[in-house]
Design a protein around this ligand. Structure first.
Ligand SMILES: [Zn+2]
Ligand SMILES: [Zn+2]
Length: 334
């Protein structure tokens, strides 16, 4: 099979021929139909995540179908359409696992980091990493939903916001253009916060009820005039952008950050204490959360905007993602 792998930390992508992997007893071999390119692939590309063995094939937005199952796998069968996301496995026995909190498993592995991911024709994955893909969802559309989709969907649905509440999506990019669709379709009064007016029309098309150009208007003031946000989803990995919206939270407001900035964020605790507000992080979800995101996306026509690349173009797909040249998700189709 062919795979676009990273030979060493910081190395350039290389497309290689290698043996098709055999699934272990509890694993499934997935034939990859499409794999999204995520900012977090830089952990593998740059070697900044602990415990990576090289060469390593990145990719944790995998949409494909079951090609073979290990001898102990009973829940998945050949040719079934499946996705694999960020959360690659859990141990079932550590304390968080014993409480059903698999995302916080102390032994959790990550797809494309601890085992080879989807920039390839095939990968093997632990059976608990698989999500079923609904029939009416195209593989290229499903792929970005396995990380960008489930992250925004799961972050929003686990807040205290209820239909009709004011929910702001800060940043209209790979994550934000999906968050906007989910927030609108889940019944929230939805605000798009974006720099400049380039994405204004698009934001309304995706379901925004309000648009705030954060270059022209202070986003905290703008949200305050609307009564304050119950939830702000921070998708742009910029500490300045995150700091600028904290004052826009209404009572019991939650700023949920899913786009991780490289440096720290300074927040006035006074501003949080007064309204009983919080600033928190959120990371993707389990495979069943991914399947919920896929099913909701099929039900309510949530569709990512993607640009397709071949496996030979994996390096271009990655570079285009880094440079922000794609609107909004690069997808590798092997
Ligand atoms: Zn990701
Ligand atoms: Zn565990």
């Amino acid at each position: 099979m062919r795979a676009a792998q990273v030979p060493e930390a910081g190395g350039d992508f290389e497309v290689v021929e290698k043996p098709i992997p055999d699934p272990g007893p509890d694993e499934v071999r997935v034939a990859v139909d499409a794999c999204g390119v995520c900012f977090s692939d830089h952990y593998t590309k740059d070697g900044v995540y602990p415990g990576i063995d090289y060469p390593r094939t990145p990719g944790h937005e995998v949409a494909g179908h079951v090609d073979a199952v290990g001898e102990d796998v009973t829940t998945w069968e050949e040719s079934q359409r499946v996705g694999v996301g960020w959360h690659g496995s859990h141990c079932f026995t550590c304390d968080p696992c014993r409480r059903g909190d698999f995302i916080n498993c102390e032994e959790a592995s990550v797809t494309g980091i601890h085992f080879d991911g989807g920039y390839a024709e095939y990968l093997t994955a632990p059976q608990e990493a698989l999500a079923a893909i609904p029939d009416d969802l195209d593989a290229v559309d499903a792929a970005p939903l396995l990380c960008a989709g489930v992250t925004t969907y799961n972050a929003i649905r686990n807040t205290g916001a209820r239909p009709g509440d004011l929910v702001a999506i800060q940043g209209i990019g790979g994550l934000g253009h999906l968050g906007l669709q989910y927030a609108h379709r889940a019944g929230f009064e939805t605000v798009a916060l974006s720099r400049g007016t380039d994405k204004r029309d698009l934001a309304f098309d995706l379901g925004a009820d309000h648009f705030v150009d954060t270059d022209a208007e202070d986003p905290a003031d703008a949200l305050g005039e609307m009564g304050g946000a119950r939830v702000i989803l921070g998708t742009a990995p910029s500490s300045d952008a995150i700091e600028s919206v904290v004052g826009g939270l209404g009572p019991n407001g939650q700023l949920v950050v899913v786009g991780v900035p490289g440096d720290g964020v300074e927040v006035s605790i006074q501003a949080l204490v007064g309204g009983r507000n919080t600033v928190e992080g959120w990371a993707s979800g389990t495979a069943r959360d991914s399947q919920d995101a896929l099913e909701f996306s099929a039900l309510r026509d949530v569709t990512p905007m993607v640009e397709e690349f071949s496996l030979d173009e994996a390096a271009d797909a990655y570079a285009a993602m880094l440079d922000g040249e794609v609107r909004f998700r690069s997808v590798v189709v092997p």
